[in-house]
Design a protein around this ligand. Structure first.
Ligand SMILES: *Cc1c(COP(=O)(O)O)cnc(C)c1O
Length: 383
């Protein structure tokens, strides 16, 4: 029996508690488990870094939502990324990384993994030829992409990149944080690993930090299970519970995020204080056709360039009221930020530097007319 996405979000890994019938999986806030005899843990559980029932429930649910075989939940998105790097790569290996990406991911490669001996090349992930040129045959172990990218909403062609990566015995790793599994399931297009910052849309309420990896391959799954335990950057039971609570409503939240983002895009494209709008749902977006192939809808993230340059972009961010000025994204509340000075300050001077006049919106699920009114006053002039 195969269930639909909404059903899986609510039920996968979340059967009623066998002991009490509780409909919601309990928070198993325990570090250790009683054993019946030496070497005989009662139900297979020994120690919570290795296994915890609340984390298991979240992992099972995330595996189902990405249509993968196994999922692993971590303390943060970056903890998930670090564990993946050190599972799949050795010092001296090479990875291709995106030219537009979460700043912390770039920092992990450039400031941490590089010191450990990992080599990397930046490629334009919306251009398959650019990725092909960056691959070093024999040494490249991973092609790492985000799609849509952060913050310029570029689109990577997952099916084409999977063929390219596999032709070189490299893994295709897809950070699916911006789309969420409701809008895009990278494993269906040949990706080997899906990365999530569950802090964002999966959790969805800006109340918990977490990360996840999802894979289709059993052998890679076993290696990740070993490293999750051996490196220890696990998601705690309460955090796993909060994330599960959030993920139940992922489908309905994402649809409203998309509805509201579409209205915001429509408004911004007509506004004279806006020089350019980045949204993969726009027919003129260079990645639109690929996005149509691999995404259900186009998401809640919207970026735009202020006609008056950087001072104007900063002014817009400072003037917004309902759009909260802050980093992060994917929560029910709308956020606004200036990537150049906030989320992407750490990539200044690198190939990932972002335009100074850029404003990024995480469009929430509030009443859309209230969001448009706030943008109107922040942009200046009549709505
Ligand atoms: C936030 C984010 C991360 C990092 O996740 P944390 O949970 O903050 O460690 C990775 N990738 C993307 C696209 C993100 O937005």
């Amino acid at each position: 029996m195969s269930y639909g996405f909404e059903t899986l979000a609510i039920h996968a890994g979340q059967d009623p508690d066998p002991r009490t019938g509780a409909v919601v999986p309990p928070i198993h806030q325990t570090s250790t488990y009683a054993q019946d005899a030496v070497g005989s843990p009662r139900l297979g559980y020994e120690y919570s870094r290795t296994q915890n029932p609340t984390r298991d429930a979240l992992q099972e649910c995330l595996a189902a939502l990405e249509d993968g075989r196994r999922a692993f939940a971590f303390a943060s998105g970056l903890a998930a990324e670090d564990t993946l790097l050190r599972t799949a790569c050795r010092p001296g290996d090479h990875v291709v990384i995106p030219d537009d990406a979460y700043g912390g991911t770039y920092r992990l490669f450039a400031r941490v993994a590089e010191r450990w001996g990992l080599e990397w090349t930046v490629a334009r992930v919306s251009d398959v030829d650019s990725v092909r040129a960056a691959i070093r045959p024999g040494t490249t172990k991973m092609v790492w992409v985000e799609t849509p990218t952060n913050p310029l909403l570029g689109i990577a062609d997952l099916a084409a990149l999977a063929v390219l990566a596999h032709g070189h015995d490299a893994l295709l790793v897809v950070d699916n944080t911006f789309a969420s599994p409701y809008l895009q399931q990278p494993l269906h297009f040949g990706a080997d690993v899906v990365v999530h910052s569950t802090t964002k849309y999966v959790g969805g309420h800006s109340d918990v930090v977490g990360g996840a990896l999802v894979v289709a391959d059993a052998a890679l799954g076993a290696e990740l299970a070993f490293h999750q335990n051996a490196m220890g950057a696990v998601n705690g039971p309460f955090d796993a519970w909060l994330t599960l609570r959030g993920v139940k409503t992922l489908a309905v939240r994402m649809d409203r995020h998309c509805d509201n983002a579409e209205r915001v895009v429509e408004y911004l494209t007509r506004h004279q204080a806006v020089a350019q709008v980045y949204y993969p749902g726009l027919a003129e977006h260079p990645g639109h056709d690929v996005a149509v192939k691999q995404m259900r809808r186009f998401g809640g993230m919207v970026s735009f360039r202020a006609a008056g340059g950087e001072p104007h972009a900063i002014e817009i961010c400072n003037r917004a009221k309902l759009f909260v000025l802050g980093e992060s994204l994917g929560g029910v509340e709308s956020l606004i930020e200036h990537p150049g000075r906030m989320t992407h300050a750490s990539v200044a001077g690198s190939p990932l530097e972002v335009p100074a006049d850029l404003v990024r919106l995480s469009v929430g699920i509030e009443t859309v007319d209230d969001l448009l009114a706030d943008l109107a006053q922040a942009l200046g002039g009549a709505a």
